[in-house]
Design a protein around this ligand. Structure first.
Ligand SMILES: Cc1ncc(COP(=O)(O)O)c(C=O)c1O
Length: 409
């Protein structure tokens, strides 16, 4: 059925085309919620996919919003999140973006440094307002996350810096607790539980040094799901029970309110990219398939553990003008490239796909998270891709996110 929806959507909107399925999103939230303690809060991380329809569906399903830029904040508010349900995170927040967030009634900030606390203090000074702050703590290195934040060193406070910052908090800052985000793509439940235990230990240790009792903790996430290849994430069986045991006892005092964050686990499977084969070249070194989708719409961001792998999945939708089930054509091994004028525009190396011909329609599954949001959308100025949103078979709307230059002077 999904193939039929994708073919119709491509006829209607052309390709390359992202298709998001709201029904799938609801399933994913229910799945993740059932794996977390019932009392825990869940933030949707808009960096995975800031499309307002996607964000709005997750809000209706009970998520709060984790944003880390003015654009993500605007998307969250457009999606109907109440400002008090938004957590503003990320290093290097500028005075202007802090002021904008406060002016839009955002109150919760994850703060990364003493300098940022001072900037936030200056922004709230004289306004009579209070900013509710979680101290983001630097995660340890060497966790089992596919992409480990501790290895970057740029995030959060060291324990010593956190203890010092707590002693000299600017006026207008209400310190509510701590935030630790260890990384993305933990491989399984055992690794996730180990990660959350590390996050909890980090918070307990720093709280002890700083003499604080956190009332709210954000333990991050890292819930896994495949990227741009067929399949599903590992089951989270045992996570709820394991977290129940882990979170029943806190060295810091009474159990705090606990939150988690997720992007990819919630939205990856709801997004598919439909693309047309523009050219097929037989070369002595092997077949090259040229698509109308390149790193401008998928996988443009390197260095995040999200670079497309040679196994990237391309599933056939229409071959020789006909809708066909997978497997009709003999598979070939081919390099798959996009339409950009750079040898870097490669979506997959030695991928196996049914021998494609010009005009065939293919789709890439599991790209609802970090598909478009992690792409080089302005590179080579090709038209912005259309994002069509469906609820089951019904098309809810379609959008083209325009990137233009606006005069500032
Ligand atoms: C602070 C923070 N929260 C949440 C996320 C979302 O991670 P994921 O999409 O893997 O759930 C990220 C991803 O980089 C992050 O940096």
């Amino acid at each position: 059925m999904i193939e039929r929806i994708l073919r119709r959507a491509a006829e209607r909107f052309g390709t390359p085309l992202y298709v998001y399925d709201l029904a799938e999103l609801r399933g994913r939230v229910a799945d993740l919620r059932s794996a977390l303690p019932a009392s825990a809060g869940l933030f949707y991380s808009l960096k995975a996919n800031p499309h307002p329809s996607v964000a709005a569906e997750l809000r209706r399903a009970g998520c709060r919003a984790e944003v880390s830029s003015p654009g993500e904040l605007a998307a969250a508010l457009e999606a109907g999140y109440r400002p008090r349900d938004v957590l503003y995170t990320g290093p290097g927040k500028s005075p202007a973006e802090i002021e904008e967030a406060l002016a839009r009634d955002v109150r919760w900030f994850s703060c990364e440094s003493a300098a940022e606390l001072r900037r936030l203090g200056r922004a709230v000074a004289g306004s009579g307002r209070t900013a509710e702050v979680l101290l983001r703590l630097q995660p340890p290195t060497g966790t089992k996350a596919g992409l480990s934040m501790g290895d970057g060193r740029q995030f959060g406070f060291t324990p010593e810096d956190a203890a010092h910052a707590c002693a000299v908090l600017p006026r207008g800052i209400a310190l509510r607790g701590c935030h630790v985000y260890l990384g993305s793509q933990f491989p399984d439940v055992t690794a996730l539980l180990e990660g959350f235990a590390t996050a909890k230990n980090t918070i307990e240790r720093v709280s002890g040094m700083a003499g604080i009792t956190p009332g709210v903790v954000d333990l991050g996430g890292g819930f896994p799901w495949p990227y741009a290849t067929a399949g599903t994430g590992p089951a989270l069986t045992g996570l709820r029970a394991g977290l129940g045991r882990l979170l029943s006892d806190w060295a810091t005092g009474p159990a705090p309110e606990v939150h988690f964050e997720s992007g990819r686990r919630l939205v990856a499977s709801a997004g598919r990219l439909v693309t047309t084969v523009r050219d097929v070249k037989e070369r002595p070194e092997g077949t090259v398939v040229v698509l109308d989708a390149g790193i401008n719409v998928l996988g443009g961001m390197s260095g995040l553990g999200r670079v497309l792998r040679p196994t990237t999945g391309f599933l056939p939708l229409v071959v020789d003008g006909e809708a066909l089930p997978a497997g009709h054509r003999e598979p070939v091994t081919a390099d798959v490239v996009g339409p950009l004028c750079t040898p870097l525009d490669r979506l997959a190396v030695r991928a196996s796909l049914p021998a494609p011909r010009e005009g065939d329609l293919l789709y890439v599954p599991n790209v609802g998270a970090y598909g478009l949001s992690a792409s080089l959308v302005r590179f080579l100025s090709r038209p912005a891709v259309v994002e069509a949103v469906y609820d089951g078979e019904r098309c809810v709307g379609a959008w083209r996110s325009v990137t233009t230059s606006v005069a500032v002077e």
